[in-house]
Design a protein around this ligand. Structure first.
Ligand SMILES: *[C@@H]1O[C@H](CO)[C@@H](O)[C@H](O)[C@H]1NC(C)=O
Length: 264
């Protein structure tokens, strides 16, 4: 294992073009304020490399994200339903693909920093295509002009979100190599949140990580270049509370236009 990851690290450093496009979910954004990198987001021990095996334990909170030392070094941020939250990325979402945010509540009496994310997850935000062109296929809201990557994003926490200790898992899927099984790249980070208030919703549908994804889901095994796809089917459960996808990026610092914009 160790030799293999060293070999991969060396191979990665010889391919600066690929490594440079990699990215981390490093900072939590709450109501327009960014926090320090890995202050409230569990640090990854994977440098900035993606997870490629959807059945791996690392699909939950990235490599090392459930380790005791990482959890102990991560603070838990108080938030309220209706807060605008998001992630600042190191350095940018450098590949074409969709963006999702999942949440999972720790069992009663378990702190977010002790929670391993082995309970139920629901999808609370989805940001997918910004356009579908008959000739060129899918364009991505996080990848304007099929070249520039978004550096940050925000969305609004649902008003009915029940109080408790949570993990909030931001995820971007790089689909540039996804035409082969195992070729999709999963980039993710878990923030630790303490949700206050009296929200009484019942988030659903839910799924487990690993388990939410299969390597052959149509949104994970997909050749995005040729022939140009004319639809994109998101992997994992639908979004709670409104089963919708956003098609416009809400940038940190810009006024939000809501979480459910239709394709133009
Ligand atoms: C958020 O990201 C966009 C690019 O996606 C960038 O132009 C903007 O400066 C970033 N906002 C902040 C506050 O850093």
């Amino acid at each position: 294992m160790r030799t293999q990851s060293l070999a991969l690290a060396v191979a990665g450093s010889l391919l600066p073009g690929t490594a440079l496009a990699h990215y981390n979910f490093e900072s939590l954004i709450v109501n327009g304020e960014a926090t320090q990198p890995y202050e409230y987001v569990r640090r990854t021990k994977n440098s900035n490399s993606p997870v490629e095996d959807v059945t791996s334990a690392s699909i939950v909170c990235n490599v090392g994200g459930n380790d005791a030392d990482v959890r102990a070094a991560t603070k838990t941020h108080p938030v309220s339903p209706g807060d605008e939250v998001g992630f600042d990325i190191n350095s940018e979402l450098g590949h074409p693909g969709p963006l999702y945010v999942y949440m999972s509540r720790a069992p009663e009496g378990v702190a977010a920093s002790d929670y391993l994310g082995d309970g139920d997850w629901f999808k609370v935000y989805a940001l997918t295509t910004s356009a579908i062109d008959p000739d060129t296929g899918l364009e991505w809201a996080t990848f304007p002009g099929n070249q520039g990557g978004a550096q940050n994003f925000t969305f609004t926490l649902p008003e009915d979100l029940p109080p408790g200790e949570y993990l909030m898992r931001g995820e971007h899927i790089g689909l540039h190599g996804a035409g082969q099984v195992g070729g999709a790249q999963f980039y993710m980070g878990c923030a630790q949140l303490s949700v206050s208030g009296s929200g009484s919703g019942s988030p659903a549908p839910t799924a487990k990580f690993p388990g939410a994804y299969s390597a052959e889901d149509p949104g994970i095994l997909i050749g995005i270049y040729w022939p140009p796809p004319q639809e994109y089917i998101s992997p994992g459960p639908g979004v709670w509370p409104e089963d919708c996808e956003d098609h416009t990026l809400n940038s940190w610092g810009a006024e939000s236009d809501g979480n459910c914009n239709p394709l133009p």
